[in-house]
Design a protein around this ligand. Structure first.
Ligand code: UT7
Length: 323
């Protein structure tokens, strides 16, 4: 029996508070002009005090369940990709599982920073394809504002909070139009561990720490490695960039997104861009962009969606989905 992972729904959640570049420029040596020119970011959402990663994750998951006409009881796998969990343990996924009334299967977190959603999608796809689960919720959720040094203009202007979720269901029959996840491709290279990292943790400092990044090196790696993994995904499916209806990239820097679009020869109108209003929401950025483009009617059933992301580790990956 051949299983396929079909997208059954998606949802998203953004905290209410919006912080503009101008607001940051009031307390930092930066400007709206610099941030927009170098990154494409105009604003970011920031979680309220007491608003947790699990709160964002739960609300995105509830949206995905509602869009599929399902409840938490229908799920037997729940993955939260996050680098900002509520607690060191248990997994944020366990809390969300309880809140959604999901009483079967398993729930766990995945830590691959900005690539976390693609990693979660790959893990869920493998669970569904092997018959180990039937309905999987993959959530990317971050309260990145909690691990920023708000006096470091080189990092704090780049990130935002939010969550996105995609609900997958196993199908045992051939789907009309070849719908479903075609393939996922994951990579990591631990030699670059220190290129983008948080300088704390339970085992090292017993503090949470804050983000540090060699921005130029991360940028260089992103442009090269994302191009490679996208090529790998298309080649594995005997497809070319001309077959792609939508590129949904990780939203780290507008210049990286534009470079990928140009490399693929895609018309800019086929690239989903949210970085201007979401900033970089790490593991949440791809599912947030998906939910936005599905919600406003751009992504339609049957269309070919190419996703990619790169983050700390370094980790990177891509996924091809016939929506
Ligand atoms: O999601 C995980 C993946 N993350 C990424 O992909 C991020 C990749 N990297 C980047 O997006 C870019 O490297 C940044 C946006 C982080 C930085 O842009 P850049 O063009 O590489 O700037 P830079 O770091 O080379 O800095 C250029 C100048 C520096 O000043 P000097 O030394 O030339 O005088 C910085 O101090 O810009 C300065 N600068 C700023 N100026 C105003 C850095 N941050 C700011 C700022 N406002 N916020």
């Amino acid at each position: 029996m051949r299983y396929r992972s079909i997208v059954a729904g998606c949802g998203s959640y953004l905290p209410e508070r919006i912080v503009t570049n101008d607001e940051l420029a009031q307390r930092l040596d930066t400007s709206d002009e610099w941030i927009v020119q170098r990154t494409g970011i105009r604003q970011r959402h920031v979680a309220a005090s007491g608003e947790l990663c699990s709160d964002l994750a739960r609300r995105a998951a509830q949206g995905a369940l509602a869009s599929a006409g399902m409840t938490g009881r229908d799920l037997d796998l729940l993955i939260v990709a996050t680098t900002t969990p509520d607690n060191t343990f248990p997994a944020t996924a366990a809390k969300v599982q309880g809140q959604l009334g999901m009483i079967q299967g398993c729930a766990f977190d995945i830590q691959a920073v900005c690539s976390g959603f693609i990693y979660g999608l790959a893990v869920a796809d493998n669970f569904l394809k092997t018959g180990q689960a039937r309905s999987a919720m993959v959530i990317g959720a971050e309260t990145f504002s909690r691990i920023l040094d708000w006096s470091d203009r080189g990092t704090c202007v780049l990130f935002g909070d939010g969550a996105g979720a995609v609900l997958l269901q196993a199908s045992t029959k051939a789907e009309p139009g070849d719908r479903g996840i075609l393939s996922t491709h994951l990579h990591s290279d631990g030699r670059d561990y220190e290129m983008l990292m948080v300088d704390g943790g339970p085992s090292s400092t017993q503090t949470t720490g804050v983000v540090h990044m060699d921005g130029r090196e991360v940028f260089r790696n992103a442009v090269n490695r994302l191009a490679e993994v996208v090529d790998e995904a298309l080649t594995a499916n005997h497809l070319t960039a001309a077959d792609v209806d939508w590129l949904v990239p990780h939203q780290a820097n507008r210049r990286i997104i534009d470079s990928m679009g140009r490399k693929l020869g895609l018309d800019p109108s086929k690239v989903v861009v949210t970085i201007d209003h979401h900033a970089n929401t790490s593991a949440a950025s791809v599912p947030l962009a998906l939910a936005e483009a599905v919600g406003d009617g751009r992504i339609k059933p049957g269309q070919l969606v190419l996703m990619e992301a790169m983050g700390g580790g370094l980790t990177w990956g891509a996924g091809l989905v016939r929506w």
